[in-house]
Design a protein around this ligand. Structure first.
Ligand code: C2O
Ligand code: CU
Length: 568
């Protein structure tokens, strides 16, 4: 063999090897030890639930198509479940996590090995506890990088920076939840907002811990953002810097240049930040958006510092603060959300269902229930708050709904969740009749056939008071094909749908007194939770379940459960 041939063989060999690596989906393992850990914030210490002692919790890193095994070991003194937010888990709802929907909780001292099967997700996702309110401190990022041999649909960033937005109560979160449930009113507002677990310079006793991010002038960074806050949409911005959104909820978007962004609890956003300003320190900041004038909320501002590397003298004592939209700027919130578009290229194609086999209209309402006798309630006019979808307040079963479906156990749930609101009214009118306020309690699910093409319109109502609802669906991503204020008009509004490059999401904020239309193909058999991602609304019952039946083909059926499913 002459030299040229040898080189040729070598190059060909490397090429083949590269091909092998590229097609190989890896198995990645993590240990999650859920435990009580002492943390100090805002001048006081308390025990919080953590994973591996970390708050926020560890980042899971994988590549598109990998499978991640997480061995969850509960060393805390309360029940827990863990959910992989945004991972579709094809045919394998067993690892999904919502308590009493797909599993019984992992009891103290017990273990559960969860298998997180990634498929077409690529970008930033996150994981969080899915029992009681423990997700307040039990959460972290789940980063899905491009496969080996592929890359981002934009120039590779110099580095990736996690930005997890959250909130912090001085009180124990379980106590906050129990007080809230007992009193029947709004929950106590948080005492601070956080970036990567730190409130930042604007709070007492917080300066030392403030999150600091070092950047090199001229370089571009990718912020991997998640809103892990419990009850509010947030505005976010960085002083003097433009943001370019390139992905949401584990899917790429067309680049969107903006000075601020709005992010709902549950959502994730990938943002490019170019350090192109004079060498200095700049604040990134986030605060709550709150459209309900009557609710008390935490109106503080969390900050972190972007610090340019190198030598420079700063003339101002503290970094510049970005200007954020006003806390009640409804237009700013909806404008950002409705500006997002799918990338929709040959490498990242879209697949919006064009013919629809199931049309659903779900109303989202805040309700009230009478207060139990001999107790005082702090909801409207001495009643207790509740919430509903199509006027049904979801009652959690006492055992795993998925288990009951799989083993054909009767009496755990009903399958008569309505396709439409039980009675039609002017959903977004002011001063709605108070007779509309009382929901029905039930555990009803919606059954879908395999490959049904579903259009679901969420209709926010003004019953009690209209507010945004960040609706999240497990097991699926969906295309957001339209949204608007007021009542959805079945004749007129579909004419304006975006079927060309609608964003692919797993959580979408339905506008206050408005509607949002989503489409998806029911090709993931299993039992899938759908709920508002405001924790107080979940506690009030704004949740429901889809059961997607098996198809006929061998790869269209649910996989069997693992041996170590927790027992109730
Ligand atoms: Cu982010 Cu049902 O959850
Ligand atoms: Cu809600």
């Amino acid at each position: 063999m002459n030299i040229a041939m040898k080189i040729h063989v070598l190059v060909f060999g490397l090429f083949m090897l590269h091909g092998l690596i590229r097609s190989h989906a890896a198995l990645v393992r993590y240990n999650f030890v859920v435990q009580e850990t002492s943390y100090t914030r805002l001048c006081s210490s308390k025990n919080i639930l953590t994973v591996n002692g970390q708050y926020p919790g560890p980042t899971i890193s994988a590549r598109k198509g990998d499978t991640v095994i997480v061995d969850v070991f509960n060393q805390a003194s309360q029940n827990i479940t863990i959910h992989w937010h945004g991972v579709k888990l094809p045919r394998y709802p067993w690892s999904d996590g919502p308590e009493f929907i797909t599993q019984c909780p992992i009891q103290p001292g017990a273990r559960f090995s969860q298998k997180i099967i990634l498929s077409n997700e690529e970008g930033t996702l996150w994981w969080h506890a899915h029992s009681d309110w423990s997700r307040a401190t039990v959460h972290g990022l789940l980063v899905v990088s491009p496969k080996i041999g592929t890359t981002f649909p934009f120039p590779k960033p110099h580095a990736e920076i996690p930005v997890i937005l959250g909130d912090w109560w001085k009180n124990d979160i379980q106590t906050v939840m129990e007080d809230f449930m007992r009193r029947g009113g709004d929950p106590a507002p948080s005492d601070a907002l956080t970036i990567n677990g730190q409130p930042g310079d604007l709070y007492n006793c917080s300066r030392l811990g403030t999150t600091k991010i070092n950047v090199d002038k001229g370089k571009t960074y990718m912020l991997r953002m998640a809103n892990a806050a419990m009850n509010n949409i947030m505005f976010f911005a960085i002083a003097n810097h433009e943001l370019i959104v390139v992905g949401t909820d584990g899917a790429y978007t067309k680049p969107l240049k903006t000075n601020y962004l709005a992010i709902s609890p549950g959502q994730t956003i990938d943002v490019l930040l170019t350090a192109n300003q004079p060498r200095n320190r700049y604040y990134m900041a986030a605060k709550f958006y709150n459209s309900n004038p009557r609710s008390i909320f935490d109106n503080t501002t969390t900050t972190a510092i972007i610090k340019y590397n190198g030598k420079y003298t700063t003339s101002t004592p503290s970094p510049a603060l970005p200007s954020l939209p006003a806390f009640n700027d409804r237009k700013a919130s909806t404008r950002f959300t409705s500006s997002l578009r799918s990338l929709a290229t040959t490498d990242h194609p879209i697949d919006v269902p064009m013919t629809i086999s199931r049309k659903l209209l779900y109303t989202l309402s805040i309700n009230t229930l009478p207060c139990a006798s001999n107790t005082t309630c702090y909801g409207p006019r001495g009643n207790r708050f509740s919430a509903s979808i199509n006027n049904i307040t979801f009652d959690d079963p006492k055992t795993s709904l998925l288990g009951a479906y799989y083993r054909r156990i009767n009496g755990v749930y009903g399958d008569e969740f309505p396709d439409n609101p039980p009675f039609a009214f002017d959903y977004t009118a002011i001063n709605l009749n108070s007779s509309l306020q009382t929901p029905k309690n039930a555990t009803e699910v919606k059954i879908l056939k395999y490959n049904d093409t579903v259009e679901l319109v969420f209709q926010g109502t003004n019953v009690v008071s209209g507010i945004e609802h960040p609706m999240h669906m497990h097991g699926y991503s969906f295309y957001v094909v339209g949204s608007g204020f007021g009542n959805f008009d079945r004749k007129r509004d579909p004419l304006n749908y975006n079927l060309v490059d609608p964003p692919l999401r797993q959580t979408i904020a339905v506008p206050q007194n408005g509607w949002t239309a989503i489409r998806f193909r029911a090709n993931n058999p299993g039992v899938w939770f759908m709920h508002c991602h405001f924790e107080r609304h979940v506690s009030w019952g704004m949740e429901t379940v889809f059961i997607v039946k098996n198809g006929k083909g061998a790869h269209e059926r649910m996989l069997p459960p693992p041996k170590d499913m927790p027992k109730c």
